[in-house]
Design a protein around this ligand. Structure first.
Ligand SMILES: [Zn+2]
Length: 73
């Protein structure tokens, strides 16, 4: 499957691929390049304060780890 980069330099990910990977609206993805390849990976949620991927609590669509929560308290 091929797609063109549009005038605003965007590429639409085909619907069947979004469905297959569970890429819903506002899902965060990570970009990497490998030679001339672009790799788009569904990103894991991270703490908005320290960047940790562990012990996350979701608060109003944001993730905060329990360590940062304990510092805030
Ligand atoms: Zn944290």
């Amino acid at each position: 499957m091929e797609r063109r980069v549009d005038e605003l330099e965007r590429i639409v990910i085909p619907k069947h691929i979004r469905r297959k990977l569970g890429l819903e609206t506002r899902t965060k993805v990570a970009f990497e390049t490998e030679g001339d390849r672009l790799i788009i990976t569904k990103a894991f949620p991270t703490c908005i304060i320290c960047g940790s991927e562990d012990k996350l609590v979701e608060v109003k669509d944001k993730h905060i780890c329990t360590d940062c929560i304990s510092i805030i308290k």
